[in-house]
Design a protein around this ligand. Structure first.
Ligand code: 5AD
Ligand code: SF4
Length: 477
C-alpha cells in the first residue's frame, strides 16, 4: 500500500518512545481529494495505530492529509488522557488553533481518542472551538459525524463497543520508513489498575480475529516491511476463539504464527503484564530467531503495599520471579524495560527506596518514569488521597531517572566488543553518511552506511556507546 503519511514515524527506540510526548503530525498527501485533513496524534503507540485507522477512513471519504493546519478543512487531535499534562497539551494546542478558525469559520475541529471518551460532550462546552468529539471505538462513524457538522450541528459519538477491533480496515501506514509497522491485536483493558484511566477511555478488552492479524502481517511483509510490533494494553491476555469454538489461539500461539510468516520478518510486541506473562510466551520467543528478545514489563513500584493499592495483581517477589524466568529462558542479552510511577498515594520514603532497590536488582535497559497524576473517577482518585507533595514526587522521579541513566549506560557498555544483528531502519540523525538500526534487544546502533540499504540486516561489532545508543562497524560474513 502506498504510504500516505511520510512524516509520522514509528516510535522505534526507547529514546524515541520517550518523545511520544511530542505529537505526530500528518504529512502532505496530494492525491486530488476534495478536502484536507490535518491530524495530530498524542499518547501511546495504540493511539498512533488508531490514527492509521482514522486516516484510512478519512481517505476513503474524500480527504487528503496535510501538514499545514492553515490549509486544512478538518483538524483532528487524537488525544491522550493518561496524565493531566497530556490533556493540558491538547488544550494549549486548541488555543493555538483559535485564530485559524476565526479566519476560516468553515474549518471543523475534532477531538478524538481518550480525552474525547473521558470528557464526552462536556468538551463541547469547555472548548468552544470544538465541533466534534469522537471516542476510540467510534471512528467508523466519522463520515456521518462530519456530515452533521457540515450541516451546522455539533457532533458526538463516544459509544464504547464490546466488539469493535477495526479488523477489516486497512490501516494507512503512518510509519515513515516503510520497514516497521504496528499491528493492533486487541483493544481495551480489563485490568483496572487503580491509577489508570484506560479502562474507562478504551473500554473492555477484546481480541482481534487471528486471520486478519496474520493477513495484515503477510501483506506488510510483501510490501517490504521487515518488522511488526503487535500492540495491546495487555498482550498476554490475547485470546481469540473461532465462532464454532473449535479453535482458540492464545498470545504465545499468535506470536508463533506471526513469526512463521517469514524468518526475515521481525516480530515485537508490547505491553506485557507481569501477572499474565507466561513461560510459554518466553519459550516461543526463544524458539524463533525473528521474535525480538525484548520485553516491556511495567513494574510500577517495588513495594508490596503500593502494588496492592495500585491493584496490580502481583507482588515484588512474583515480579522478580518473572524477571528470573526471562533471564533463564532468554538469557541476559534479552532487553527488559519497565514503567515506574513515583509518589503514588501515601508512598513513603522507605517504599520509594524499595522501588530504587528493585531497579538496582533488575537493571533495566530502559525505563519510562512518571510522577503520579491523579485521574478523575479512577479507583485511586475515589479511594485514596493524592497526598505525596509534588516536590517529593519530583525528587523521587529525578532520583530514579539518574539511576536508570547509569544502568542504561552500564548495559550498553557491556555490549561493546560483541557482534549483533541489526535491522537497518533509517539514516542517522547526525550524519547522512551513517545508518541506524536496532538490535533484537531494541538498542539503537549507528554505523557507516557504505552500500547498504534500509530494510537490510547487517552484522555489527559494537565499538562504543553513549547512554542512548551504540556505535558499530560491519563484520564480514
Ligand atoms: N499517573 C502517572 N503515570 C501513569 N501511568 C498510567 N496512569 C498514570 C497516572 N495516573 C503510567 C503507567 C503506565 C504507563 C503507560 O503510564 O506507568 O504503565
Ligand atoms: Fe494511550 Fe492510555 Fe493515553 Fe489512551 S490514555 S492514548 S490508551 S496512553
Amino acid at each position: 500500500m502506498k504510504q500516505r503519511f511520510e512524516s509520522l514515524e514509528i516510535l522505534k527506540t526507547a529514546e524515541e518512545k520517550e518523545q511520544c510526548e511530542v505529537p505526530r503530525i500528518s504529512a502532505d498527501q496530494n492525491t486530488g481529494k476534495k478536502r484536507k485533513l490535518y491530524l495530530e496524534t498524542y499518547g501511546c503507540q495504540m493511539n498512533f495505530s488508531d490514527s492509521e485507522i482514522v486516516s484510512s477512513i478519512m481517505f476513503d471519504n474524500g480527504f487528503d492529509t496535510t501538514s499545514d493546519p492553515y490549509s486544512a478543512d478538518v483538524i483532528f487531535l487524537n488525544t491522550c488522557s493518561i496524565r493531566e499534562n497530556a490533556e493540558q497539551k491538547v488544550r494549549n494546542k486548541l488555543a493555538q488553533f483559535a485564530h485559524i478558525k476565526r479566519n476560516k469559520p468553515s474549518m471543523m475541529v475534532g477531538i478524538l481518542g481518550c480525552m474525547a471518551e473521558r470528557l464526552k460532550a462536556k468538551l463541547l462546552e469547555e472548548e468552544k472551538l470544538v465541533d466534534m468529539v469522537v471516542g476510540p471505538d467510534a471512528y467508523r462513524d466519522l463520515p456521518s459525524l462530519i456530515s452533521e457538522v457540515d450541516e451546522g450541528e455539533k457532533a458526538v459519538n463516544v459509544f464504547l463497543s464490546r466488539e469493535e477491533t477495526y479488523a477489516d480496515i486497512n490501516p494507512v501506514r503512518l510509519g515513515g520508513n516503510g520497514i516497521s509497522a504496528y499491528i493492533s491485536i486487541m483493544r481495551g483493558c480489563d485490568n483496572m489498575c487503580s491509577f489508570c484511566v484506560v479502562p474507562y477511555t478504551r473500554g473492555r478488552e477484546r481480541s482481534r480475529d487471528v486471520a486478519s492479524i496474520l493477513n495484515e502481517a503477510k501483506t506488510l511483509f510483501e510490501q517490504g516491511y521487515r518488522e511488526v510490533t503487535l500492540l495491546g494494553q495487555n498482550v498476554d491476555s490475547y485470546k481469540w476463539s473461532s465462532e464454532d469454538g473449535t479453535e482458540t489461539v492464545n498470545f504465545a500461539q499468535l506470536l508463533e504464527r506471526v513469526a512463521l510468516i517469514n524468518p526475515l520478518l521481525r516480530v515485537r510486541f508490547t505491553t506485557s503484564h507481569p501477572k499474565d506473562m507466561t513461560d510459554e510466551v518466553l519459550h516461543t520467543m526463544a524458539r524463533y530467531h525473528n521474535i525480538c528478545k525484548y520485553i516491556h514489563l511495567p513494574a510500577q513500584s517495588g513495594n508490596n503495599r503500593i502494588l496492592e493499592l495500585m491493584s496490580r495483581g502481583y507482588t515484588r517477589e512474583w515480579y522478580l520471579g518473572r524477571i528470573a524466568a526471562i533471564r533463564r529462558i532468554l538469557g541476559d542479552d534479552c532487553g527488559i524495560s519497565t514503567d515506574i510511577i513515583t509518589g503514588f498515594c501515601s508512598e513513603t520514603e522507605e517504599e520509594h527506596a524499595q522501588t530504587v532497590a528493585l531497579m538496582k536488582e533488575v537493571k533495566y535497559h530502559y525505563a519510562y518514569m512518571f510522577e503520579y497524576s491523579e485521574r478523575p473517577n479512577t479507583p485511586a482518585a475515589k479511594k485514596y488521597a493524592d497526598d505525596v507533595p509534588s516536590e517529593v514526587k519530583n525528587r523521587r522521579l529525578e532520583e530514579i531517572i539518574a539511576l536508570q541513566n547509569s544502568h542504561s549506560l552500564e548495559l550498553n557498555n557491556l555490549m561493546i566488543g560483541k557482534v549483533y544483528e541489526v535491522l537497518i531502519d533509517g539514516t542517522s540523525k547526525k550524519s547522512e553518511e551513517d545508518f541506524k538500526g536496532r538490535t533484537s534487544n531494541n538498542t539503537t546502533v549507528i554505523f557507516p552506511r557504505e552500500n547498504r540499504k534500509i530494510g537490510d540486516y547487517v552484522q555489527l561489532r559494537i565499538t562504543g556507546c553513549t547512554q542512548g545508543s551504540l556505535f558499530g562497524v560491519p563484520v564480514s560474513e
